[in-house]
Design a protein around this ligand. Structure first.
Ligand SMILES: Cc1ncc(COP(=O)(O)O)c(C=O)c1O
Length: 394
């Protein structure tokens, strides 16, 4: 196969799915009054975004971003380590450390780079990293890049983790890595048991809490807060691309580990700094979370309302306590048809098929925002029922 044959093959595959109304990628959404969007002139309800608290549209957040652009311009112009650091970046690192209950935090230019760069840099030759089989691609790539040995334990299977840990005594250091919230299924890692096993076998713990912030814990601080383990996780990485209204990522940990990552993580050093307006945006999001705790209550209320309604209608759901609702449809073709039917009815969702989920695990991924009213969600439920019945899903 020549270098470009595989590209042509990919195009042929997508031509096929487009012709069969199974293509739901790179849709060009225009903004309208949030939480609605426009697609090809049609107003749709957005039940597929990770903007859980609606903060990317919050007036205070938008004003903070605009003020930072007016003051600093649109780009940072360099890597953090050289001339790309502004007072806003430093202020945000302090605020994130406070948010996660750690000594310090270090910014990365995306969530993907935060996860990948942290794993790849923290463990090295002679160490071992133990990773949940369903961890996000950014962790998988971090494991690939690291010189450490890799062990994959069965998803959310603590016996499997312990089996692996028992065999790892000879390594210099052990690092257990897990998503806090698994992004496709919305389920939560068993962090208390992971912490207990890590202590028993002298391992450190890293969580990718991309979907935990804003969604879990009384004050939205994430998975560790949910389990009362704040400050007890050695490395907590996160993203600004979900509840924190922007784009970029971070790792919250000890002051020494932050300094180490800042100078030795290639994903942090050899890339441009996030624009100062990103730092201003995230600072404003964190302030709004403190000032408007009702946003966390509303996203939970909305998620519960939708889960109850879907269950009552006969849909099969994986049990979750997050704003991510995975609806098990059965079969890739029917999953695409469900997404297509909902889009025709004015509701945007994400069809998720292998390899993003295990074989036979195709699902419709619904994600909730605090900004919906119950009346709007009730209307959406009506559409789910209509399309689900037509396809024989319920
Ligand atoms: C669990 C998880 N980790 C990491 C990432 C990467 O974050 P980002 O989109 O900010 O690069 C995502 C989102 O795509 C995610 O869902």
């Amino acid at each position: 196969m020549s270098l470009f044959d595989k590209c042509a093959e990919t195009v042929r595959r997508f031509d096929y799915v487009k012709a069969h109304n199974q293509y739901f990628y790179f849709r060009e959404f225009e903004p309208t009054a949030a939480p609605f969007v426009n697609l090809a002139g049609k107003r749709l309800m957005m039940l597929g975004a990770n903007n859980y608290l609606g903060l990317s549209n919050h007036p205070k957040v938008i004003a903070a971003a605009q003020a930072a652009i007016a003051k600093y311009g649109t780009g940072a112009g360099s890597s953090r380590v050289l001339t790309g650091t502004s007072p806003l970046h430093v202020q945000l690192e302090k605020k994130l450390a406070e948010f996660k209950g750690t000594e310090d935090a270090v910014l990365f230019s995306s969530g993907f780079m935060a996860m990948m760069g942290t794993v790849a840099t923290m463990v090295d030759d002679g160490d071992v990293v133990l990773s949940d089989s369903l961890n996000h691609a950014s962790i998988v790539d971090g494991c690939r890049l690291s010189r450490a040995e890799k062990r994959i334990y069965r998803h959310d299977d603590m016996a499997s983790l312990e089996e692996e840990l028992v065999k790892c005594a000879a390594f210099a250091n052990r690092l257990v890595v897990t998503d806090g919230v698994f992004s496709m299924k919305g389920t939560v890692a068993n962090l208390p048991e992971i912490r207990r096993l890590a202590d028993k076998y002298d391992a450190a713990v890293m969580i990718d809490d991309a979907h935990g912030a804003g969604a879990l814990g009384k004050t939205g601080r994430g998975t560790a807060e949910h389990f009362g383990l704040e400050g007890k996780i050695e490395l907590t990485c996160g993203t600004f691309s979900k509840a924190l209204g922007s784009y970029g990522g971070f790792c919250a940990t000890t002051h020494d580990a932050c300094t180490f990552l800042k100078f030795t993580s290639r994903a942090a050093v050899f890339t441009a700094s996030p624009p100062p307006s990103v730092a201003a945006t995230v600072l404003a999001c964190l302030e709004v979370m403190d000032e408007e705790p009702e946003l966390m209550d509303r996203v939970r209320r909305n998620s519960q309302f939708m889960k109850d309604g879907l269950k009552q209608a006969g849909f099969r759901l994986e049990d979750t306590i997050t704003p991510i609702i995975p609806i098990l449809i059965g079969g890739d073709a029917r999953t695409f048809k469900m997404a297509g039917g909902l889009q025709d009815e004015g509701v945007v969702v994400n069809p998720v098929v292998p390899p993003a989920v295990p074989k036979e695990g195709s699902l419709i991924r619904v994600s909730l925002m605090a900004t919906f009213t119950l009346e709007q969600l009730d209307q959406a439920l009506g559409k789910f029922k209509k399309v689900g019945r037509a396809l024989g899903v319920v």
